[in-house]
Design a binder for this molecule. Structure first.
Ligand code: OSB
Ligand code: MG
Length: 367
């Protein structure tokens, strides 16, 4: 495919409810969408960079700069296949969210050009994927219990709650008393230190399926020390930016599960390599979420069709995030808590161009 044009577009969308994590609260999302034109076919991608540099160092601003000034010039006008893009972008260190926006858009374009679903082009074999939900920190235990009740009634297969120091043992204990049998996990987003091991050890009493990223965002070594002290499996998110990090974490025993996010690892090619490595080492993976619009969500669904995505991901219905999404149809979850992999070509959900235009605050066309 020859890549001819890249459109960067920043949209603003308000979440149906604010989402609180240990690093802050998200309410109005700023999202960078990209549309690539390859031989007359449009492919869409989303950078999951946030408004602030608190989950990772990337933001909408850095992603825009890196895409316009470095990544697009590396591929512009070239005749390439989607599977070659990741390696071409290698001279830029890091900035995986910026890379993923472009790389995933090119995969969408290639799948559309070949008239196959993206999941199939990636080698995915699952026809439907198991879904969980990620619930932000709630003002009260009652509010939390009510939220969990609602998500379980909707069919979701596992519940993840966000924790932070001072808001950890109590909510977990309350949920375990109320829901003794559900698949429950917590995500600390790097809010603890190795010295907190005795506190984290107390979580073992609640047979969580995992504790996600308790320690430093870039600190695999301390997680290895912590995992030796815990029965609960550690799942790494923030720490794992590429396949070599995954290998280091697995071989040092820093985690027993890995959360794969397209933005954090840089796109479908690196995500698939990480998936394959984990599979060869019997480490299950699941697809993380970044409060994406329908475009990013559709890419998450396609990626989750790979066979080692055996645990429910943070990929849930559009309506949990948005009054109205930017894709048609919206993402829906069955009563069994699954999403069916779409069969239409590419990401399989059509971008609603008029709606995207009305949400756009900034746009730049690069040729
Ligand atoms: O750590 O998984 C995370 C949202 C923003 C940043 C980081 C994380 C999250 C979530 C939300 O947990 C997952 C979702 O999209 O529902
Ligand atoms: Mg996480």
């Amino acid at each position: 495919m020859k890549l001819r044009k890249l459109t960067l577009c920043e949209i603003h969308m308000k979440l149906v409810a604010p989402f609180e994590t240990s690093f802050g609260t998200s309410d109005l999302r700023r999202m960078l969408l990209v549309e690539v034109e390859a031989d007359g076919v449009a492919g869409w991608g989303e950078s999951t960079a946030g408004e602030t540099p608190f989950y990772s160092y990337e933001t909408v601003e850095t992603a825009w700069h890196i895409l316009r000034d470095y990544l697009w010039p590396m591929v512009r006008g070239r005749e390439i296949a989607a599977a070659e893009v990741w390696d071409l972008l290698a001279p830029v260190r890091g900035h995986n969210m910026a890379k993923a926006a472009l790389e995933t858009a090119i995969w969408d374009a290639e799948a559309k050009q070949k008239n196959v679903p993206l999941a199939e082009l990636l080698g995915g074999t699952l026809e439907q994927i198991p879904c969980g939900v990620s619930i932000g920190i709630q003002p009260t235990i009652e509010a939390l219990v009510a939220k969990v009740e609602k998500e379980l009634a909707a069919g979701y297969q596992r519940i993840k709650i966000k924790i932070k120091p001072g808001c950890d043992l109590e909510p977990v204990k309350a949920l375990r008393e109320r829901f003794p049998r559900i698949r429950l996990m917590v995500d600390a987003n790097s809010a603890y230190r190795l010295e907190d091991a005795p506190l984290l050890k107390q979580l073992d009493a609640f047979y969580l399926i995992m504790i996600e990223q308790p320690l430093g965002w870039d600190d695999i070594y301390s997680h290895a020390k912590l995992q030796r002290q815990l029965e609960t499996p550690i799942c790494l998110d923030e720490c794992i930016h590429d396949t070599e990090h995954a290998r280091a974490a697995i071989e040092t025993g820093a985690c027993r599960i890995i959360n794969i996010k397209l933005g954090r690892v840089g796109g479908h090619t690196p995500a698939r390599r990480m998936h394959d490595l984990c599979q060869s080492k019997s480490i299950p993976v699941w697809c993380g979420g970044m409060l994406e619009s329908g475009i990013g969500r559709a890419h998450n669904i396609a990626m989750s069709s790979l066979s080692n995505f055996s645990l429910p991901g943070d990929v849930s219905a559009s309506r949990r995030y948005w009054q109205e999404d930017i894709i048609e149809p919206e993402v829906e979850v069955s009563r069994q808590g699954t999403i069916r992999i779409p069969t239409a070509p590419g990401i399989g959900y059509a971008p609603r161009i008029d709606r995207i235009e009305s949400l756009t605050r900034r746009r730049e066309v690069l040729e």
